[in-house]
Design a binder for this molecule. Structure first.
Ligand SMILES: Cc1cc2nc3c(=O)[nH]c(=O)nc-3n(C[C@H](O)[C@H](O)[C@H](O)COP(=O)(O)OP(=O)(O)OC[C@H]3O[C@@H](n4cnc5c(N)ncnc54)[C@H](O)[C@@H]3O)c2cc1C
Ligand code: HEM
Length: 388
């Protein structure tokens, strides 16, 4: 019966749905895996809690999909996960031991509920998972990662840096996409960053990074990064896009959420005719609107683009004097004071627009809700996945 055996899938689900059991299962799985294959431990960071939670969540979702007899989305997800796993140095050989350890952990966790039918279902599920992941990894024609050297690091505000990177070979991605990044200060802690420029045939790429409070990687990128640092990039993801035939565009960028929208705007400048694009660019203080000079240059050459700066506070903090002053040059809209969701929605209906929102998850959700309340069509609003 294998994956068609709903009763066995429900037994399997019972070990994953309960948070305490799932946590115990994950701990047991990784402990027995590291015991079976001691070359694997060093691929992971010392703290495993985040990883255990992510792995448990993925398995839970997969079993729910198997129970609903859906195959298309799980296979697509596993294929993507397998291609992504190449950046960790995962090879086909690793999958065998991983499945062996997971099988043992499940059998122990399920105890009395384990039966020949459950054995069959678990074996089939693990064969499918490992096969889809390793098969897609094997078939991917792209390299697992792209290495590059930091050629520019500008501290444009206290908490924000602009980083220019020269890749050894150009990376194919679409404007608006984000990539997975590993920096030398924190090996093995991959983070997503959005490219702030369209793909460049010579391999130059730019990122805008804001240090979040207590943030491990973002803090190191803003304060400790220097030209010469070697970064590793992987896996372009995301589907933010402007349809040039689908009417005017509203873009809302909170802080470094500007990066993907800026790449899309730069891409549009290649065309003579474009829909009107109105960009709201927001930060906490006026001094944090770090890219206004570049946006002003873009708007002054491209009449279809208008830019409205928005700051939460009217005055700058004392530390602003230590960083470049991004005061909007004349010709840009007057800066407004307030939070992005209220300021943007305050303009009334944007119901006829394609809308792209980028920034912290809280800001994206609040702006989305405010715009929908003012008549925006939810089906025309785009944003990246809301994970921190
Ligand atoms: C699709 C996508 C694209 C992204 N693009 C960019 C980008 O272009 N530029 C950029 O600066 N960041 C971007 N991020 C966020 C980035 O990937 C990291 O999550 C962020 O830099 C924090 O990593 P960290 O290691 O410093 O924090 P961690 O050490 O992982 O987390 C420390 C604390 O900070 C909180 N935290 C994590 N992320 C945020 C956040 N964004 N805002 C506020 N608090 C947070 C966590 O909840 C935790 O409490 C993007 C995220 C996603 C999902
Ligand atoms: C058996 C199927 C597997 C599944 C379902 C799975 C699932 C996941 C998930 C959901 C994540 C978190 C998302 C991500 O960062 O990509 C992850 C991360 C990771 N996986 Fe797997 N994985 C599998 C097999 C493997 C194998 C065989 C290895 C080999 C060593 C491996 C090594 C890693 C590493 C190193 C990470 C990053 C951990 C970190 O950030 O510290 N995985 N995996």
């Amino acid at each position: 019966m294998g994956l068609d055996d709903r009763e066995s899938l429900r037994v399997l689900q019972s070990a994953l749905d309960d948070p305490d059991r799932s946590e115990a299962l994950m701990r047991r799985f990784y402990a027995s895996w590291f015991y079976l294959d001691d070359s694997v431990r060093e691929l992971f960071t010392p703290d495993m809690a985040r990883q255990q939670a992510a792995f448990g969540q993925a398995l839970r979702w997969l079993v729910t999909e198997f129970l609903a007899q859906r195959a298309e989305q799980p296979v697509a997800f596993l294929a993507q996960l397998g291609r992504d796993h190449r950046k960790y140095g995962v090879t086909e050989a690793h999958y065998h031991r991983a499945c062996q350890a997971l099988f043992l952990a499940l059998r122990t966790e399920l105890g009395d509920r384990w039966s020949p039918a459950v054995d069959d279902t678990v074996t089939e599920a693990l064969t499918l998972i490992a096969g889809a992941m390793s098969g897609a990894a094997e078939a991917d024609p792209l390299p697992p990662w792209w290495d590059g050297t930091v050629v520019d690091h500008r501290r444009v505000s206290r908490d924000i840096a602009v980083i220019g990177l020269q890749l050894e070979k150009p990376m194919p991605y679409h404007p608006g996409q984000y990539v997975s990044v590993q920096v030398p200060q924190h090996p093995r802690r991959w983070r997503y960053l959005s490219a702030a420029v369209p793909p460049d045939p010579q391999g130059f790429i730019e990122f805008h990074v804001r240090a979040v409070p207590g943030g491990l990687v973002s803090g190191a990128v803003v304060t400790d990064t220097a030209p010469g640092d070697r970064w590793r990039l992987s896996n372009p993801h995301g589907g933010l896009t402007v349809d040039r035939d689908a009417g005017d565009v509203l873009m809302v960028a909170g802080s470094t959420g500007l990066a993907p929208l800026r790449a899309l705007i730069m891409e549009l400048t290649r065309f003579g005719q474009n829909p009107r694009v109105h960009l709201f660019f927001g930060g906490r203080y006026p001094c944090e609107l770090y890219d206004l000079p570049a946006l002003w240059e873009l708007a002054s050459c491209n009449p279809w683009l208008s830019v409205s700066p928005v700051a939460e506070f009217y005055n700058n903090p004392p530390w602003a004097a230590d960083y470049p002053d991004p005061e909007p040059p004349r010709g840009l809209h007057v800066r407004q004071t307030g939070r992005l969701p209220e300021v943007v929605a305050g303009y009334g209906g944007w119901s006829d627009r394609q809308i792209l929102i980028c920034g912290r998850p809280g800001m994206v959700l609040a702006t989305r809700a405010a715009l929908i309340a003012h008549g925006a069509d939810p089906g025309r609003i785009q944003h990246d996945p809301l994970v921190e």
